[in-house]
Design a protein around this ligand. Sequence first.
Ligand code: ZN
Length: 90
Amino acid sequence: MSSLIAAQTHCDELERLRREAAAALLEAKKIRRTRDVSIDEDEELTRRSHRKINALIKHLLSGHDGSPCPAGDRPIVKTSVLRDASLVRS
Ligand SMILES: [Zn+2]
């Protein structure tokens, strides 16, 4: 586990995408809470949030020249690290 934590590095792009996705979600939540939105506007708010989240996921999965972001904290982007670790051990 400590090797997984040590393998994490900082990624400015990931941080930016995370902030943008969080901001889009919060903005949509705030707009929906403060006034009634039309179905079209609601759809646009959802679309905007999804676009930001998709950009974040795309970066996590293949954002570094087709490779997963090394700063990702989900197991799905750690498969190669886990595989490498088991190869070293056996
Ligand atoms: Zn990255």
